[in-house]
Design a protein around this ligand. Structure first.
Ligand code: PEP
Ligand code: MN
Length: 263
């Protein structure tokens, strides 16, 4: 069902009026984690003002250490809903387990499935039964075929609104957190009709490299970008090193607009 042979036309996922796929470049941006009301609302207004369409922010965080900040849970979801109310932005946030599916689905416009859960097959099967767009991030060491098969789990349950997100893979390289596999964009585009977006923040792990790889993502034909930004990256509770400041995000959005206007 994910294959372009089966479905020659590119799928456009309609997120309550925001179309993802079919050549549009949609920008999702916001902090890695929802930390508190001020942090989220300041981010949300900046995302809106810069001209992006979707606000990101994690309320359930998959952290390497169990002692690290694990997210605000439902309180974070409520803050995201408030930010949507105030700005008109759509929301994308991560769901980590079956237990919280109904809760997360109640608040968000797009359910993000993180790299660590890309092959959580029971979770993917349940997502197939709901009527809500799913953004499936590529697993840390997943091949493109495994990633498309994971999408197949959702599609085969009847949910056609799957967005893929390339977020970098594990390689031997240590200068960056991950290696952003931009090959994946044209490969996925040829093999599948599903929209594919690029996450240069997790793909590099370094804020200084995010603008270049954002523009590269657009150049290779992605349907959008997911970018982490924070009002004060040095104080961020997660992923500060890869988060743009608000002025940096504004500057990048100007470049993105110039680039997409030229496409
Ligand atoms: C995130 O988007 O903050 C995140 C945890 O991403 P990934 O699952 O790609 O590591
Ligand atoms: Mn993050």
């Amino acid at each position: 069902l994910a294959s372009r042979d089966f479905h020659p036309d590119s799928t456009i996922v309609d997120v309550d009026g925001v179309q993802i796929g079919g050549g549009n470049v949609v920008v999702m941006a916001g902090p890695c984690s929802v930390e508190n009301r001020d942090q989220l609302l300041e981010s949300a207004f900046a995302v809106k003002e810069a001209g992006a369409q979707i606000l990101r922010g994690g309320a359930f965080k998959p952290r390497t250490s169990p002692y690290a900040f694990n997210g605000l849970g439902e309180e974070g979801l409520k803050l995201l809903a408030e930010a949507r109310e105030l700005t008109g932005l759509k929301i994308v946030t991560e769901l980590m387990d079956l237990e919280n599916l109904d809760l997360v689905a109640k608040y968000t416009d797009i359910i993000q499935i993180g790299a660590r859960n890309m092959q959580n097959f029971p979770l993917l099967r349940e997502l197939g039964k709901i009527n809500k767009p799913v953004m499936l991030k590529r697993g840390l060491s997943a091949t493109i075929e495994e990633w498309l098969m994971a999408a197949e789990y959702v599609l085969s349950g009847g949910n056609k609104d799957v967005i893929l997100c390339e977020r970098g893979i594990r390689t031997f390289e240590t200068a960056t957190r991950n290696t952003l596999d931009l090959n994946a964009v044209p490969v996925v585009r040829r093999l599948s009709h599903l929209p594919v977006i690029v996450d240069p923040s997790h793909g590099t792990g370094v804020a200084a490299y995010v603008p270049a790889m954002s523009k590269a993502g657009i150049a290779v034909g992605s349907d959008g970008l997911m970018i982490e930004m924070h009002p004060n990256p040095a104080k961020a509770l997660s992923d500060g090193a890869q988060s743009l400041t608000i002025p940096q995000f504004h500057a990048l959005m100007q470049e993105i607009k110039a680039l997409t206007a030229a496409l």
